[in-house]
Write a new protein. Structure first.
Length: 300
């Protein structure tokens, strides 16, 4: 079996085994639909294991910053399980990222995906953090109970000194790569202030923050929905949470969003605060894992 870069002509072979990645889940695999555009771009490298008359597996690695890589789309053809396909793909992705200066590679695994979690650990990924999605309803009339300001400096200070940053290990959603997280910087918030929005809750001190990482459209049951995505939500206490979610609801309505999602820490306090504030939360968390690319165990 040959490890090589993915090609456009691999589309149908990849789609054939990824269409049934999670047959018992309502949401299907995205790879069959996005493959032609997904593999393009100088900042990414998509690998397949070519078994001659079939594709045995696929993975993609993306550079998110000067030293952070993101691994995604790891899929193994059921016909080739047990043949170390995932190891060959992972180490190939690590090599590519390492050659371009990355010191760490991370990935995301749904908490219910026990097979994916085991596979990630077996190739050198270690647990990093976990988060959950919160879904405040867009509302143009939402009124935060505390003052909120569009100040990236204030938002950065609220993030830097908040418990969410510690739990999330400094990670938040990347503004360009969907479903990817990397270390949030002050420059990221300054960019968000110029291109989208930044929110800071202030009342006798800084109490919380969020930023809109992107908006996108998704087709759901034949209808197109517009989503507003917020890279992280951090707050000090329940009143600050209520104010922050109200500010997010108003901001999302201002950009015509039908739905939202906000990355929040998977902690009893954060999730129960969101629920207490009558904000919808996802049924399950997601896990983030990381591989130290300077370690011998991430090399072939």
């Amino acid at each position: 079996m040959e490890l090589r870069e993915a090609r456009q002509e691999d589309h149908e072979a990849v789609a054939t085994f990824t269409r049934e990645t999670w047959p018992d889940r309502e949401s299907g695999d995205y790879i069959p639909e996005v493959y032609p555009e997904w593999i393009e771009g100088e900042d990414r490298h998509t690998l397949v294991v070519d078994a001659g008359d079939d594709i045995a597996g696929i993975v993609q690695c993306v550079l998110l910053s000067a030293d952070e890589a993101w691994c995604q789309g790891m899929r193994v053809n059921p016909e080739f399980r047990g043949a170390d396909v995932s190891k060959r793909l992972s180490y190939g992705a690590f090599d590519w990222a390492r050659e371009r200066g990355a010191l760490v590679a991370r990935n995301m695994v749904f908490s219910w995906n026990a097979v994916g979690l085991g596979q990630s650990r077996s190739v050198g990924f270690d647990p990093v953090t976990e988060f959950r999605w919160a879904h405040p309803e867009p509302n143009p009339d939402a009124e935060p109970v505390l003052e909120t300001v569009a100040d990236p400096a204030a938002a950065w200070r609220a993030w830097a000194e908040g418990d969410a940053r510690e739990h999330l290990r400094g990670l938040a959603l990347d503004a360009d790569e969907s479903w990817a997280v990397r270390e949030l910087t002050r420059a990221d918030l300054e960019r968000a202030a110029e291109e989208s929005s930044v929110l800071a809750v202030r009342d006798d001190g800084l109490r919380g923050m969020a930023y809109r990482s992107r908006t996108y459209e998704r087709e759901q049951e034949g209808e197109t929905e517009r989503w507003a995505e917020y890279g992280v939500g951090s707050w000090e206490d329940l009143p600050a949470a209520r104010a922050l979610f109200a500010a997010i609801a108003r901001d999302a309505a201002a950009v015509g969003a039908d739905r939202t999602r906000v990355l929040i820490p998977e902690t009893p306090r954060a999730v129960s605060d969101a629920a207490y504030a009558r904000v919808g939360v996802a049924d399950e968390p997601d896990f983030v894992l990381g591989a130290d690319l300077t370690a011998a165990r991430t090399r072939r």
